[in-house]
Design a protein around this ligand. Sequence first.
Ligand code: SAJ
Length: 447
Amino acid sequence: MLPRNLPYSRISVIGLGYIGLPTAAVLASSGVEVVGVDVNESAIAAINAGLIHIQEPGLEVVVRQVAGAGLLRAVAVPEAADAFIIAVPTPFSDKPEGQAPEPDLSFIRAAVESITPVLKAGDLIILESTSPVGTTEQMREWLQAAREDLTFPGQGNGRSADVHIAYCPERVLPGRVLEELVTNDRIIGGLSDACCTAAMSLYSLFVRGECIVTDARTAELTKLTENAYRDVNIAFANEMALICDRLGINAWELIRLANRHPRVNILNPGPGVGGHCIAVDPWFIVSSAPEQARLIAQARAVNDSRPAYVVRQVAQAAQEIEKPVIACLGLAFKPDIDDLRESPAMQVVTLLAGTQCGKLLAVEPNIRQLPVELTALGVEIATLDTAIAHADIVVILVDHKEFLQIDATLLSSRTVIDTRGLMPRLHSNTDTLLDTTAIPGLVRDGI
Ligand code: SAJ
């Protein structure tokens, strides 16, 4: 039986990807009817059968329950609803060298245009997609142009406008989406106070964190700031790793010691920053304020230079060995996920294949098949045991949980290039120390 007094009887979620589908499922499990909309026919079919087309722990169980109970349906064309949540991608379009990439709002625009025919007075529209400052206001202009019969907020009619509009960014971490959707605080940026109130009542259906109200522009920049902050901090760690390499100091040890200070918390260096958020969102700030966002742009450059740096280290090690076999451990953009998109590990393996410095074996416990682009380059997929057994050089690109179980003694006769600081964690398993004298600096071995 449906709970009584729900503020919205039907909510539509436009875009059923990594954010939209979990949001739709969690909303539906609060008892409200949810209609999900997507352009991907196979995703629609899967969801209606209670299955999922993306990987996220625990999601399939929830989707199966709510689809089975008739609370979640997926369709291709939007239907009338009381509230619409837009969760579509905002990629950036590449620009010539030296210019900041520009955000591409075409998916948001298409989503807005798809709901205009079914929009009615009293509806609420929420944008969750990461967006440059001003997008929510731009959305209002598109809506107003398409529906002159309705009034929209922000034109001196905030309280009385027919339709409410708010920007409420998603902030969940892939791998912990179901938990973070409920427990994270939410920023609610309305185009008017009434919009904030309307959006608040929607999120109160499932959010147990605090909902904090602001205006739409501040909410848009808050989301971008969070990811730019993380990018800049990772860039600092990556820059310290470079400095350590230069000075012959172990970066992991350095960071561990510096972090013993009560007000220092340096992040981890790595082979680069992957995923669809942290490596992208800072550009939305840079493109809005290029003169001011100098540190943010520089951090992007530092992080983007990491894969090529790792490749140079491997190529140098390979020169010392005749016909080397190189085992690349991990392809995903971070640990314990199967997502290879925008992955620095993929970039390293692809660039390495281009150097033809040795035979490449890739180990990725979270996928069944190697991506065709790597197969085409002659890279072979291997199990962890086989790869280590045959390798002259082992390149650790992702700290997947499977790799934490590696017997460190098996690596003692190999050159190890550890981009994730995994080696010290192995040593604590085995109490075995490897000979690192041939391997200066951070990236060659993290001991
Ligand atoms: N990374 C490092 N060193 C670190 C931490 C991360 O090199 O110390 C790398 C990872 O290996 C990965 C990349 O950064 O390649 C990004 O991973 P992540 O775990 O930092 O972040 P995402 O992209 O999975 O999720 C981020 C989160 N944002 C923040 O933590 C500020 C998440 O909360 C957002 O919802 C998400 O972006 C998003 O959708 O915007």
